[in-house]
Design a protein around this ligand. Structure first.
Ligand code: 13P
Length: 253
């Protein structure tokens, strides 16, 4: 097993109330107990905005970091009914933020809007988990690479602090469907993202690239064969401490 740091990031989506802290508590206990593994893994839970502040208060642990799942592009305060800015989320206790998730893209978020959000988040010293991925019909038409290239090119810039950006490759057709890519295809796609990122942003630094889409404790072993994957963005299975912990356990088996 590799010694490379691996990320296990939970995206709770629209799930959870104050009582859901018990999930985080159990994951923290597991993380503490598995200290030898701890050196190699980073656990981040991205919760709804309503929970970030109370969870931050309760979480007296260095074993888990907390994040959120979106923000408004406008910096600071403004007349944007129902919205929350990156600075408000930072003040509430978020360290990480998911941006560009396909569930938000499908509601009209464009690459340009996502770029504005990334700028706003980076200005607030939030670490960005930037999601990219192709739809099923794009995959069928062999458009995966061009879609990913466009998403990277239109939302990132060379001047951004790349140490604060994690990419998450989430094929849209794989989210919540129990369908995962073929491992040889996935390996090529992750390699493509890493190479293309370096080319587009003219950097020698290789980005952190995660995979997301129907990851569970049964299929996680398959992914461990791909050295290039730096971790996972986990949706449904992160809403249960048992499922989330089993994913990590089985990954390192
Ligand atoms: P699922 O793991 O439920 O497929 O969701 C993946 C996802 O959207 C993570 O951001």
């Amino acid at each position: 097993m590799t010694n490379k740091l691996k990320y296990f990031i939970g995206n709770w989506k629209m799930f959870g109330d104050f009582g859901s802290f018990k999930i985080i508590y159990k994951i923290t206990q597991f993380s503490k107990q598995s200290k030898t593994l701890y050196k190699k893994k980073k656990i981040i839970l991205c919760v709804p905005n309503t929970l970030i502040s109370p969870f931050k208060e309760k979480l007296k642990s260095k074993f888990i970091s907390l994040g959120v799942q979106n923000c408004h592009y406008h910096q600071g305060y403004g007349s944007f009914t129902g919205s929350v800015s990156a600075s408000m989320l930072k003040k509430a206790g978020a360290e990480y933020i998911i941006l560009g998730h396909s569930e938000n893209r499908s509601e009209g978020e464009t690459n340009q809007l996502i770029k504005k959000k990334i700028i706003s988040a980076l200005n607030q010293k939030l670490k960005v988990i930037f999601c990219i991925g192709e739809k099923f019909y794009e995959k069928k038409r062999n458009k995966t690479f061009s879609v990913l290239r466009k998403q990277i090119k239109s939302s990132l810039e060379k001047k951004f602090n790349m140490n604060k950006i994690i990419l998450a490759y989430e094929p849209v057709w794989s989210i919540g469907t129990n369908k995962i890519p073929k491992m040889n295809e996935l390996k090529n796609t992750i390699r493509f993202i890493k190479n293309d990122f370096q080319k587009i942003l003219k950097t020698k630094k290789s980005p952190v690239v995660l995979y997301g889409g129907s990851v569970n404790s049964k299929n996680i072993r398959l992914f461990s064969s791909i050295f290039e994957i730096d971790g996972f963005l986990i949706g449904g299975a992160s809403q249960s401490s048992k499922k989330f912990i089993d994913i990590i356990r089985n990954y390192y088996k």
